[in-house]
Design a protein around this ligand. Structure first.
Ligand SMILES: [Zn+2]
Length: 435
């Protein structure tokens, strides 16, 4: 029986029903679960962490990324989306081996852990290598196999075989990795491929992770080609359901927002990537929430953000909606923290498992050193959530616990050698990108 006691935390941001913020309390973890949260825990544990300078919060949940793309961070920036993809990203991606994807994912997952993420949703190819990387670090998440057929039947048949194989293979991995299917977007997948993905997701009870209504140009071209808007097209096809986790959802009409709410679709809002790629609008977050859509936050890939720091994404999320609506009450710090924790868990159908610090929940926890200069003063409870969203940086994180295992302790990974991985990564990137 393994146990950890985080003793006498300066603050615990529980994210429970009342959003309680506790002072001078301890968290006792046993066999992967939070066993007790209290000011009096009369037990000792195998591992005791002094929490007296720490803010303890639920691990953050990143709902959309493409982890191997750390290989291409900074390779091409400041370009329109399609030019960026067609002339820069896709030509290099065609050269990526399974080993490249594994190393890229490994480095991305290390950045996520260092910046307080304990659960991710990924979409890429070579997904088994991505699952292997997550398992090696000890991180938890959904790995979806990215598929597209560009409306060509031979590619469609190949992709369907790949999905079927992946769904079987991914079950070999640790219980921390969940498999899913990632049809890339309505403009790159045929109706037949989308429907086949729905069939397999129903049969295997897994998520369908898709890009949706990301840019103004994409929506316009789609309408020109198919005569309907993307969400309406997917609705008519019977694709929309609570199994769908749709990334972006920027270019939506009021009717489409309602359709998403009625069909139970979950949304991964990616404000930093949207701004960097200048998608031409702001996702209608207040309207989505009003229509009952579960919205969480994602960073998008490390080549289109270019950071995987969810603290940064929380801040941008709050600022973009305040700025866009001329209303400083929009996207409050508490709402944004909810998106990155409770709603993230709900979006992947794990709301009774993670996203809160409460007895019986998975021990997915993050500790920040509150005695850093950007987190002062930290005397009153009302300022703590504000600090987390507006002034914390991912690198304030000192400890990360996933499923009751300390995978990052005092700034060091417990399972892997950080320096050795960076050396391997740099030498592969040099070979891959040298002219
Ligand atoms: Zn994406």
């Amino acid at each position: 029986m393994s146990s950890i006691l985080i003793k006498n935390c300066r603050w615990i941001v529980t994210q429970d029903e009342e959003r309680s913020i506790l002072k001078n309390c301890s968290v006792y973890i046993e066999d992967g679960l939070i066993a007790e949260v209290s000011s009096k825990i009369p037990v000792e544990a195998e591992n005791v962490i002094d929490g007296s300078r720490m803010i303890c919060l639920p691990g953050l949940i990143n709902l959309h990324t493409h982890s191997p793309m750390s290989l291409l961070r900074g390779y091409a920036d400041d370009l329109p989306l399609m030019e960026w993809l067609e002339n820069k990203i896709w030509p290099v991606e065609r050269k990526l081996s399974p080993y490249h994807c594994y190393l890229g994912a490994l480095v991305s997952f290390m950045e996520m852990v260092k910046t307080g993420t304990t659960f991710f949703v990924d979409m890429y190819w070579n997904p088994i290598e991505i699952a292997r990387a997550a398992d090696e670090i000890g991180l938890k998440g959904v790995v979806s196999i990215g598929v597209l057929d560009d409306f060509k039947s031979y590619l469609r048949d190949f992709m369907i075989r790949e999905v079927e194989k992946f769904i079987v293979d991914v079950k070999r991995f640790s219980p921390r990795v969940i498999g899913a299917i990632g049809p890339h977007a309505p403009y790159t997948c045929s109706e037949e491929l989308l429907l086949k993905c729905v069939d397999i997701a129903e049969r295997e009870d897994c998520l369908l992770h898709i890009h949706l209504a990301e840019t103004r140009r994409e929506q316009a071209l789609f309408e020109e080609k198919f005569g309907v808007r993307e969400v309406t097209f997917l609705s008519n096809l019977g694709f929309l359901s609570p199994k769908v986790l749709a990334a972006h959802c920027v270019w939506l009409s009021k009717n489409e927002v309602k359709l998403l709410g009625e069909s139970g679709v979950r949304v991964a809002h990616c404000p930093v990537s949207n701004m960097k790629l200048a998608v031409g609008g702001v996702a209608p977050l207040p309207e989505l929430i009003e229509c009952g859509v579960t919205v969480g936050l994602g960073t998008d890939g490390p080549a289109s953000n270019n950071s995987l720091d969810m603290f940064e994404t929380m801040k941008f999320c709050s600022l973009i909606h305040k700025h866009h609506r001329w209303d400083p009450t929009m996207a409050s710090a508490q709402l944004v923290l909810d998106l990155a924790t409770i709603n993230g868990a709900k979006a992947v159908m794990l709301e009774n498992v993670c996203g809160r610090i409460a007895e019986g929940f998975a021990a997915d926890l993050v500790l920040l050193n509150s005695f850093e200069v950007n987190l002062l003063p930290n005397i009153f409870p009302h300022s703590i959530v504000s600090h987390l969203v507006y002034s914390a940086r991912g690198f304030n994180v000192s400890h990360v616990i996933v499923d009751g295992e300390l995978i990052y302790s005092n700034g060091r990974f417990t399972r892997v050698d950080e320096g050795e991985i960076y050396s391997r990564f740099l030498s592969e990137v040099e070979k891959l990108l040298s002219p």
